[in-house]
Design a protein around this ligand. Structure first.
Ligand code: FAD
Length: 471
């Protein structure tokens, strides 16, 4: 007999949260803390969404998206999760760049970037100061017409090397490009620059387990393998969801599923204004990713001078299309030393590249497998520069593609960072279309990434709380 993952669900909830990514879990936790009855439904067998991990024989645990986030995560986790979670967030101190234009190490904060820009790139201190202040003062209500390229041209005209230093990590961090609005760059860049890049000591498995425990303590009814197929709307308001074929009534819904899937598939365009549906259809998705996971055998160590994060590229210049190409010339490496999970005493490397879904999804099966093999091979050739003899040290190598991300999270086109900027306005406008219907998840670049997703979960939980109290 098949197991019933919904056994014991109540007849009715105040809120149903669809999806247990960081935004979904944070919203569920905040709403339960505020005293509401919350049901959290996750289609996968694990919580975390893209903040996930997987185990392989030999005692290896790979983190999928634990590469680095801004210091703001400490405050958000302390306030909206627990002190124990916040206390495990530590700084990554050795961030490296290696490309045909420059090779350098940095602590990735304003002081060190200023030093590099002045001493190494010979930019006038005044221009550097004004650039940082401009980026820091940007906010959501600013002029959205100026692009990131125009922002750089204003402060560093003709300096492609400086653009590369300032842009490459942010493109990796949220998939943004030089053509995106400058404010999306300014907000994310300033978040990182305030104190540098941080990680969670103990790994994603430990973080998500701590989050699950906290949600259960606060009374969230957490269900895995619970795939929501429909959000029911009547008379302009949410009334129920259908999950695994069963209909569960609720006063409000927070969807952490992909924005476009939520609106066009789970709700259905016939329930919404035509103009709004057109707006939803026009929302662009962010790009996806490929990753090569490499585990070194027991007793094989990597010297920590390799760095924590390494932005490596053989491309002569920084160009978005090159970053997305299947013939990867730019890779971001995360080096995980035994300190990440001391009890396991393992070294791992994860190489990530931004990628287009169509480049992978449209390949016939055999070609797809060949392309994965080629990616693993070319990545190992590249790693050889940093860890000589890498092939002899390895215990396990594995490749994921945009198709993998789509399969595990149901994100349209395997998007790693949700939608482009215009998705934020659509996400925020959803409750005006349907009373009690909210979306919290990666949208608009600013609200994506670990910190963006957690913070957006909090913002939306506050909206839902106000809605439920008003009723
Ligand atoms: C390769 C890679 C590297 C990354 N590196 C970083 C990094 O270094 N730093 C950083 O800050 N960010 C990074 N990110 C981005 C970050 O992981 C995400 O932005 C963030 O985790 C997204 O959280 P979210 O709440 O939007 O939801 P998601 O993680 O997208 O989760 C959505 C959840 O909804 C569930 N779901 C979908 N449909 C349904 C349904 N119908 N019913 C039930 N459940 C459903 C999915 O299974 C999933 O669990 C990376 C992402 C990728 C892919």
């Amino acid at each position: 007999m098949t197991r019933d993952f919904l056994k014991g669900v109540r007849d009715r909830y105040d809120v149903v949260v669809i999806g247990a990514g960081l935004a979904g879990m944070t919203a569920a936790n905040a709403l339960a803390r505020a005293g509401h009855g919350v049901l959290l439904l996750e289609q996968h067998f694990k919580l975390g969404g893209l903040a996930t991990w997987f185990r392989r024989p030999g005692g290896h645990i790979f983190d999928v998206s634990l590469h680095g986030f801004p210091v703001g995560m400490i405050k958000s986790c302390r306030r909206y999760w627990t002190r124990e979670i916040a206390d495990r967030i530590v700084q990554l101190k050795n961030i490296r760049f290696d490309n045909p234009m420059f090779s350098l190490s940095t602590t990735f904060d304003r002081d060190d970037f200023t030093r590099l820009l002045v001493e190494r790139f010979h930019i006038a201190p005044d221009a550097v100061g004004r650039f940082f202040d401009t980026a820091r003062d940007m906010n959501f209500y600013d002029d959205q017409a100026i692009t990131t390229r125009e922002l750089f041209d204003r402060f560093f005209p003709g300096r492609e090397d400086v653009v590369r230093l300032l842009m490459e990590p942010i493109t990796y961090a949220n998939g943004s490009t030089l053509e995106d609005p400058a404010l999306t760059y300014g907000i994310v860049f300033s978040n990182f620059m305030s104190k540098g890049v941080f990680t969670f000591q103990g790994g994603t498995d430990r973080l998500v387990e701590a989050m699950r425990d906290e949600m259960v303590r606060n009374g969230v009814d957490v269900r895995i393998r619970a795939n929501v197929q429909r959000i029911h709307v009547r008379g302009g308001r949410v009334e129920a969801v259908t999950v695994n074929g069963r209909t569960v009534p609720t006063r409000a819904v927070v969807s952490n599923a992909n924005l476009k899937t939520t609106i066009l598939d789970l709700i259905g365009s016939d329930r919404l204004d035509r103009d709004f549906v057109d707006q939803v259809r026009a929302v662009r998705l962010n790009n996806s990713s490929t990753q090569v996971y490499m585990a070194l055998g027991a007793g094989q160590m990597i010297d920590e001078s390799c760095g924590d994060l390494l932005f490596s590229s053989t491309a002569p210049a920084f160009r978005t299309d090159l970053l997305l190409s299947r013939d990867a010339s730019s890779r971001t490496y995360s080096f995980y030393y035994p300190k990440t999970r001391p009890e396991r005493n393992r070294c791992l490397i994860v190489a990530s590249t931004n990628a287009n879904y169509a480049d992978w999804a449209e390949l016939p099966r055999e070609e797809y497998e060949l392309a994965k093999g080629n990616l693993a091979r070319s990545t190992l050739d590249d790693v050889e520069k940093y860890v000589p003899g890498i092939r002899d040290k390895l215990d396990h190598v594995e490749v994921s593609t945009p198709v993998t991300f789509r399969r595990y999270t149901q994100h349209v086109d395997g998007a790693s960072f949700g939608t482009k900027f215009e998705g934020l306005a659509v996400s925020r406008a959803l409750p005006e279309q349907i009373a009690g219907m909210y979306h919290a998840g990666s949208v608009g670049i600013i609200m994506s990434g670990w910190l963006g997703a957690v913070n957006y979960g909090v913002i939306v939980a506050n909206d839902v709380d106000a809605f439920l109290l008003k009723k």
